[in-house]
Design a protein around this ligand. Structure first.
Ligand code: CA
Length: 222
């Protein structure tokens, strides 16, 4: 999934970004409220980790502005303020969750997982298409009782396609959700990754599940 981290404490931002990268997500980081807001408005993030106390535009203001623009990306607010009143104000602004500093990275990761599983796409822990299943918590893939090991990009591609099983997903959409801002990824590179993914997920089995929709993109379907 593609996640935006907005946090002005550079050290903290880096710790969060690298922990989320280890989880296989594509991360963009911003150290300012104004820039973070602009990025959140222009890119299709799957989740935003947002510090509350930011220069220029505060975290709570950013959430309000996003919700006013009908951007419903889940937001986790990070804050040094821990009173009930602060918490209520944070959630009232439209944030989905609230974490008080100092927090453990494991706690953040588990909240991120929970939010990424939430509706609008009601996501179960285990996604299944035909005889292929993907466990979003363990990051494991099993087909016909055999475990398949993937690189983190291959995993992210497959997870995104399986979350939208039966729907055609364009290469541009895959680029936006699976890669971060800084990666100079081209549609050709997506093809190369899909090719590798097919070698592992489809080749050893009789029925291919990753389908090319010529001129549009890809879909996973049994
Ligand atoms: Ca701050």
């Amino acid at each position: 999934m593609r996640i935006l981290v907005v946090e002005d404490e550079i050290k903290m931002a880096k710790v969060i970004a690298s922990a989320l990268k280890r989880e296989g997500h594509a991360i963009d980081t911003s150290y300012s409220g104004a820039e973070g807001l602009a990025m959140a408005e222009s890119e299709p993030y799957d989740l935003i980790v947002l510090d509350r106390m930011l220069p220029e535009v505060e975290g709570v203001e950013i959430v309000k502005k996003l919700r006013e623009s009908n951007i419903s990306t889940p937001v986790i607010l990070l804050t040094a303020l821990g009173t009930v009143k602060d918490k209520t104000a944070g959630l009232d602004s439209g944030a989905d969750d609230y974490l008080v500093k100092p927090f453990s990275i494991d706690e953040l990761i588990s909240r991120v997982r929970a939010l990424l599983r939430r509706p609008p796409i009601a996501q179960p822990n285990i996604l299944t298409v035909g005889d292929l299943s993907l466990d979003t918590t363990q990051k494991t893939i099993i087909r016909k009782n055999k475990q398949i090991s993937l690189t983190s990009k291959e995993y992210s591609l497959l997870e995104y396609l399986m979350l939208h099983a039966g729907r055609t997903i364009s290469k541009e959409t895959l680029i936006k959700h699976v890669w971060d801002f800084d990666s100079d990824i081209l549609p050709n590179n997506v093809e190369a990754h899909i090719k590798q993914l097919r070698k592992k997920v489809d080749k050893p089995f009789s029925k291919p599940l990753i389908k090319t929709v010529r001129g549009f993109g890809y879909k996973v379907e049994s």
